[in-house]
Design a protein. Sequence first.
Length: 164
Amino acid sequence: MTRYVASLAGATLVYAMTLASFHPWDLALGALASGALLLTFRSFLFSADTLPAPAFTRRAIMFLPFAGAIARDIVRGTWQVALVVLHLRPFNHPGIVAVPIAARTRLGVAVTGLASTLSPGSFLVDVDWENDVMYFHMLDAAEPDHVRAEFQRSYDRYQRHVFP
C-alpha cells in the first residue's frame, strides 16, 4: 500500500509539474488520472516483491552508467540522422532487424524498446513473444548481426544491472 501511495503522489507531482500548475483542481485531476493509470497497470507495476535494500542500492548506482549509455546513443543517433538528412551519408540500407529477447524480462524488453526508440535512427516496431524476438526498424540495417551484437552488448554491460 505504501508503494501505491508513493507512486500516486509521485505521478501526481509529475502531472502538476508538467502543467506548471499546483492549483487544487489540477492536483485533484492529476491524482484522479494517476490513480486510474496505477489501477490499470497495477499487475505490471506492483507484481514483484520489493527489492531488498542492497539490491535497490546497487540498481540505483548502476542506473547512472545506464543513463549515460542512453545519452551517448542519443548523441550518436542524432549525428547519424543529421548526416543522412544533410546528404553527407547515403541512405542505402534502412530495414527491420530481429533482435532476440534472450534473458530480458517483460520490463527489460519495455526498457530496451524505450531506450532504443529515444535514439534517432532506431524504432521498436513489434515484439513477438512466441518467437522471443523484438523487431527494430533501423536507419542502417546493412549488417544485422552487428546491430544484434550491439543490442546484446548494451544489455549485458548496462541495462541488465538495472532493468533485467
